[in-house]
Design a binder for this molecule. Sequence first.
Ligand SMILES: Nc1ncnc2c1ncn2[C@@H]1O[C@H](COP(=O)(O)OP(=O)(O)OP(=O)(O)O)[C@@H](O)[C@H]1O
Ligand SMILES: [Zn+2]
Length: 716
Amino acid sequence: MRRIFDYLPHPQRQVVVGGRVRVPFGRRMMVGVVVGESDHSDWPVEQLKAVDEVLDQQPIWPQSLLDLLKWAGRYYQHPIGEVLTHALPKKMRQGEQPNSADIEVWQLTDAGVAQDAQSTKRAPKQWQLLELLKAGAQERATLSAQGVTGATIQAVAKKQWIESAPLSALNESLSQPSNQPPATREQSIAITALCSRLQGFSVSLLEGITGSGKTRVYLDVMSQVIEQGKQVLVLVPEIGLTPQTLSRFRHHLGVRIGLVHSGLNDSERLAAWQAARTGELPVLLGTRSAIFTPMANLGLIVVDEEHDGSYKQQDGFRYQARDLAVMRARNEQVLLLLGSATPSFESLANVEAGRYQHLTLSERAAGGQLPKIAAIDMRQQVMTGPLSAPIVKAMEQHLQANNQVLVFLNRRGFAPVLLCHECGWFAECHRCNRPFTWHKGFRRLVCHHCQVERPVPHQCDSCGSTQLVPVGQGTEQLEEALQEQFPDYPVVRIDRDSTRRKDAFENLVADIQRGHYRILVGTQMLAKGHDFVDVTLVVIADVDGALFSSDFRAGERMCQLLTQVSGRAGRAGQQAQVLLQTHYPDHPWVQQLQTEGYQQVASALLAERKQAQLPPYAAIAIIRAEANDETKVAEFLAAAELVLNTAAQRHEVIVMPPGPCAMVRKAGRYRWQLVLIAPQKAPIQKLLTESLGEIESSKLAQVVRWHVDVDPHDTV
Ligand SMILES: Nc1ncnc2c1ncn2[C@@H]1O[C@H](COP(=O)(O)OP(=O)(O)OP(=O)(O)O)[C@@H](O)[C@H]1O
Ligand SMILES: [Zn+2]
């Protein structure tokens, strides 16, 4: 609900703003957060109920963070109650008291120290755990981020090779920061520039080409902040929290690092939150939602891969964590460091406008040149397998030289369409009107839009023929074909399907690092952020579909993705190559990426945005609605349009007439949207604030599902 509720104070105890209380709500008792005090209410005082129990003597959030949360609720047009709930660990929402003693720490016993690889030969996971603990005690949360499951811990504990340890063991186990190679000249310049800005608020964009050693810059600046006794908050993309990232941070900084990731249980989440909040935790490393963690003594925020789409929450409270980081750094008067090889156009525009400091790393830290992309014109190739002859030949060369080859294809499954050879019928999801993807390994057809599954048919639904053939290829098919073509070189596939099991992703990445595989096939999960030092050839199997997207951000996204994928090659300074298969070698993006770097392509595309008056040179918000009945959706948005058009703020905002989304039907519901555009963000915010109450109170608002998306990532 887009509102707050009034209560009378507790009869005896002091109620604090920003603290939790237990209150009667309807027939239940609920945990609530006090957002303010007032000496009057719009309700008659006899109708007001009193706070039943005061749960916190102190505010849970510092005032600055509570202000940020309130601001976020207003800016993203999301009910403050849900915003505050979103920002709290589950146990806090349930009314529990924070307790940092819940941290589970494990260390080796004497018997554990005595084990060797031989004694755990049949249990490699157990051996991995023993090896990890050799350097000293570790938290369960850090172990799970490195791919160790609870089951493995239990099994090894049962053998009495490990035991739980006090929190103090953790600090003893932290090694002295290890010696690092000297920073490069460009890294030193960036480090000095950043360290001179550690007082007060500012934003710096570190634009460093792939492999230029941005992490090294973060770590050196972080050490300085930690030395001053302050805390650092580091945000990484959803798939960026790998064992490798964690171990780099641990070794370089030599301090305890708190983690916020999806593998944590509720107690661990609460423990990390509390340790950050009290200031005892020097570094908190987490994904999107970590931006809401209170920190007693914040000195720096780092957002790695700041362009990454996973910083935007795509349901419920649709915030952008990078943008909130800017507000948070301002509220708490600290430096915000944004890093990327392919900065978002929003950040580039802020640099252009003089709002952000711009630092660049233009050379690879380990030497060597950034590989250039070379397009292979598919129209002239005779195809015998998924990859064209020049690519197969290049792969052979790189594999024979004992290097790894990465093959990128952003399409999961075996084939995107299963077609009847006799009549042309194809298996289609009736809830989305889109073809099913055939997953050969799971023996299922899966709709990639609504996740619904069905068994693979043996016969055509229409003519009964048994001649069903796959059309197009996904990573599963590519993996199979490559393994056949290169039987001597082990192939691994990394995508959402091959990493479904909880620890699978961490383990596969670790195995790639150890050189267990020579050919790596995968989607963007494989393409971003990893430092695979043996990869010397990157093959981009297919981009043609991405060239036809109607979203105005399609060009930006494609250039970012291709630059990031290409950047996995030659990171240890070797000669490296990137080959791209396309039927459209003359397409301007493909052309530009071959001859120029991301910077040039970005500035050309930014100029187009400016001319077309699209973000980042304009602001957009979308109201989306969906329902089983299409007329209801259309009616609801038409009514919303009317409300928006009669509102006082209307003149600065263009209200586009409602229309169907590009994918008009999904999971059985029809989807329409209404787009608002204005030269600035403020008028849109004012207009929405003024109008949403009325839009929400209409009858149709209860019938259709709808939401507001401010600064949407997807606009079609
Ligand atoms: N000063 C240095 N001297 C030698 N090697 C370095 C130095 N700094 C970083 N490296 C090495 O260079 C490689 C690339 O560094 P890093 O992964 O930090 O790059 P990055 O800028 O984050 O790249 P990307 O954007 O592609 O993820 C790593 O193997 C790292 O160990
Ligand atoms: Zn579907």
